[in-house]
Design a protein around this ligand. Structure first.
Ligand SMILES: Cc1ncc(COP(=O)(O)O)c(C=O)c1O
Length: 276
């Protein structure tokens, strides 16, 4: 099911700048019982991204209505929202009058075996590095070639996520997730001021840690920090929190800090769903 600029169609003009240049933003939203989970947070991030890219932001009330309209009747699904600068302009130059394109599409929930959430995942380090660009860091823009290249590095279905470093060898995130380390009961997560996506779950976990007095530090992290960590987990809006049980040949345990965070997150998410 699709909604393109409010209409039930999905034919995008080939001249659309999203298609031509990746000139746009996207959000991937979990649907549970017809409710788009953490919709406000997703739309706020999109809004911030529009301001950064100087794309006129579509009204949040309009996007909320359309998201709810498409989500209605789906027990469990994934809703994708794309907003582009629309068509026009000459080459890279943007048109004087920007008519944004907004596309909602509804997709089946990906089938991830239950054991991944319960027992943890296997991960690997990717060779593909993230370039640095503070002006694009954090936003969920449509240029995702680095993630596509990184994800093409493996096809073994026993590996569930790849961890990416920037060109300086600093750990940044997973190909589709943010990353947290636990060491001596303290949480650590990489700074994402040079590259990386400012994840919805990342922000929720940072806030939950602060409210519950769980120490958390955002800092530059390296491979050595990963190998000396007690635990590791990755997060995104669709899978929630996945503990990492193994990265390459190095094994981790799942212990109280990540279990505590998972519990706090599960209560927080249920409350968010209940108020909708
Ligand atoms: C590259 C990247 N980093 C981080 C995330 C996690 O973001 P969120 O928690 O908003 O889903 C994603 C999600 O798709 C991603 O693609």
């Amino acid at each position: 099911m699709y909604l393109l600029n409010g209409e039930r169609k999905h034919c995008i003009e080939f001249s659309d700048r999203g298609f031509q240049y990746g000139d746009g933003l996207f959000e991937t939203i979990e649907i549970i019982n017809g409710i788009p989970v953490f919709l406000d947070q997703h739309l706020q991030r999109l809004h911030k991204g529009c301001i950064k890219l100087r794309i006129p932001p579509p009204a949040i009330e309009l996007l909320t209505d359309e998201a709810n309209q498409l989500a209605q009747g789906s027990d469990k699904a994934v809703l994708k929202l794309i907003v582009t600068r629309g068509s026009g302009g000459r080459g890279y130059r943007q048109p004087d009058n920007i008519q944004t394109t907004r596309l909602f599409s509804l997709h089946p929930y990906p089938h991830y075996p239950e054991k991944l959430s319960k027992q943890g995942i296997n991960a690997r380090f990717c060779d593909t590095r993230l370039g640095l660009n503070p002006s694009l860091a954090g936003i969920k823009h449509m240029n995702r070639l680095e993630q596509v290249m990184a994800r093409s590095e493996w096809s073994n279905t026993d590996i569930h996520e790849g961890i990416m470093m920037d060109i300086n060898g600093h750990i940044i995130e997973g190909t589709m997730s943010n990353i947290f380390l636990v060491k001596d009961n303290c949480l650590y997560t990489p700074l994402i001021d040079q590259c990386g996506v400012d994840g919805i779950l990342r922000n929720i976990i940072i806030a939950l840690a602060s409210e519950n007095r769980i120490p958390l530090v955002e800092k530059v992290l390296t491979k050595a920090d990963v190998f000396s960590a007690d635990e590791l987990f990755v997060t995104n809006s669709i899978v929630g929190i996945w503990s990492v049980k193994k990265i390459d040949t190095h094994s981790f345990i799942m212990s109280s800090v990540s279990e505590n965070i998972k519990q706090l997150f599960s209560v927080f998410k249920q409350e968010a769903i209940n108020v909708c």
